[in-house]
Design a protein around this ligand. Structure first.
Ligand code: NAD
Ligand code: ZN
Length: 360
C-alpha cells in the first residue's frame, strides 16, 4: 500500500520521492543492492530528531547499521571532518560493497558524498536529504566535496549516488528560515525551466507558505525531476547545467562579501534573481510584467528584496573572482520569459552597475 505512494524518477541516478515513506527505506535499499551494511553520516541537529528512527527502521529490517554524528554547520564541511570519518570507517572495517547513507542537508550530502567517493576508491552512496534545499538541489546530480580555507567547494568530485531517497515529511522540523532559503531554489526552477510550475506555486501559495507537507510534495517532486533532467543531459556542466546558476552570480558574490554569515544561500540567490531579472529587462530580453511576477513570488515567501549593509566594492570584487574562473567574461543566466533561461557573457558593465545600485 505504502509503496504505491513512492514515485521513482530516473536519469543520471534514481530519485525516490514520497511523503512518510521512511518505512520503505530497507526494501528500496535492497532493491538497488545497497542494503548490506549501512554507515549513516549525519549532523547533531538531525541526529537528535531522526537518527533513532532511521537506525531502528534499518536494524529491525536486519541491516547492520553504524552511525557517526558530526557537528552541524557549513564550517564543518572541511578536511578535518573527512579525516575523522575516514578513521571511523577504518575502525569499523567498512568495505567497498558497504553503503554510506548521507542523512542531512547539503552540508552532510556534500561531505559524506565525498567521503563515499574517496574511501576505498568509492563506496556505495545513498542520499537522504532533510532540508528543502537538499531535496530539490544538493542531493541530486553527483557533486560532492568540501570547503578549502581559500574558497567554498574547492575540493571534490562528481560522484553520483546509487540513489536519492526524498521523504518530504522530514521537512516538518526544518526551521522557518532554512525553509525560506529552500523556496528560493524552488522559485529558481520555475523561472529557468517550467512556466506551469510557476503557475502551480502561484495558485497554491497559502498551502505552500503554511508548510502543508502533502501539498508541497508535487512541487518538490517536480523540482527534483527538473534537476535530474538537467544534470542527466549535462553531467559535467559543459553547457545547459549552468542555467541552474540563475541568481547565483550575484548571490555567490553577496555570500562571499559577507563571509557566508549574513545571508543564507537561498536568501542571497533571491536577491541575485531579482538583480538578474532587472538586467534581463534592461537588455530587452524580459518584459516588465514577467519580472514583476517573479519579484512578487520571491516577496510572497518572505525572501529579501535587496542586500543590506554590504560594501558594493566587495561584491564587485567577488564578481570579478567569478569572472576569472569562467575565462575572462562574467557569465550571467538571464530569463527570456518565465520558464526560459539562457547563458549570456555579453552583459554591459553599466547594466550590471545599475543592478548593483538597485540591489546592493
Ligand atoms: P545545512 O546542511 O547546513 O542544513 C541547514 C541546517 O538545518 C543545519 O543546521 C542542519 O543541521 C539543519 N537541519 C537539516 N535538516 C533538518 C531537519 N529536517 N530538521 C531540522 N533541522 C534540520 O544546509 P543546506 O542549506 O541544506 O545545504 C547547504 C550546503 O549545500 C552548502 O554547503 C552548499 O555548498 C551545498 N550545496 C550543494 C549542492 C550540490 O549540488 N552538491 C547544491 C546546492 C548546495
Ligand atoms: Zn543554489
Amino acid at each position: 500500500m505504502l509503496r504505491a505512494s513512492v514515485k521513482t524518477l530516473s536519469g543520471m541516478h534514481p530519485v525516490i520521492v514520497g511523503n512518510e515513506i521512511l518505512s520503505c527505506l530497507p526494501e528500496i535499499l535492497r532493491e538497488y543492492d545497497v542494503g548490506k551494511r549501512i554507515f549513516v553520516i549525519t549532523d547533531k541537529n538531525i541526529a537528535d530528531l531522526y537518527e533513532g528512527t532511521i537506525a531502528k527502521i534499518l536494524t529491525s529490517a536486519g541491516i547492520e547499521t553504524h552511525t557517526c554524528v558530526i557537528p552541524s554547520g557549513e564550517e564543518y564541511k572541511n578536511l578535518e571532518q573527512v579525516s575523522y570519518l575516514w578513521d571511523w570507517l577504518a575502525e569499523n572495517r567498512a568495505e567497498r560493497k558497504d553503503t554510506i547513507l548521507a542523512l542531512g542537508g547539503g552540508v552532510i550530502g556534500d561531505l559524506a558524498g565525498w567521503v563515499a567517493a574517496t574511501y576505498l576508491r568509492g563506496m556505495h552512496l545513498v542520499q537522504v536529504p532533510t532540508t528543502l534545499l537538499a531535496q530539490v538541489d544538493a542531493s541530486i546530480g553527483g557533486k560532492t566535496g568540501i570547503n578549502h580555507p581559500r574558497a567554498k567547494n574547492l575540493i571534490g568530485s562528481f560522484y553520483p549516488p546509487k540513489l536519492t531517497f526524498i521523504d518530504v515529511s522530514l521537512l516538518i522540523s526544518l526551521p522557518e528560515r532554512e525553509l525560506r532559503s529552500g523556496w528560493a531554489e524552488v522559485i529558481k526552477y520555475a523561472m529557468i525551466y517550467d512556466y506551469s510550475l510557476y503557475n502551480y506555486i502561484a495558485n497554491h501559495l497559502d498551502d505552500l507558505k503554511s508548510k502543508d507537507i502533502p501539498k508541497m510534495l508535487p512541487v518538490i517532486s517536480r523540482c527534483a525531476e527538473i534537476k535530474l533532467d538537467i544534470v542527466t543531459k549535462d553531467p559535467k556542466e559543459s553547457g545547459l547545467r549552468a542555467i541552474l546558476n540563475y541568481g547565483h552570480t550575484l548571490g555567490h558574490a553577496i555570500e562571499a562579501a559577507t563571509g557566508y554569515s549574513k545571508y543564507l544561500h537561498g536568501e542571497a540567490v533571491a536577491i541575485g534573481m531579482q538583480a538578474a531579472g532587472l538586467i534581463a529587462k534592461e537588455m530587452g530580453l524580459l518584459d516588465e510584467e514577467s519580472l514583476q511576477l517573479q519579484n512578487e513570488l520571491i516577496a510572497e515567501f518572505g525572501l529579501p528584496r535587496y542586500a543590506e549593509g554590504i560594501e558594493a566594492a566587495s561584491v564587485r570584487e567577488a564578481i570579478k573572482l567569478d569572472k576569472k574562473i569562467e575565462g575572462g567574461k562574467s557569465r550571467w543566466i538571464l530569463l527570456r520569459a518565465i520558464g526560459k533561461a539562457e547563458i549570456r557573457s555579453d552583459v554591459p558593465l553599466d547594466i550590471v552597475e545599475l543592478a548593483m545600485r538597485e540591489y546592493i
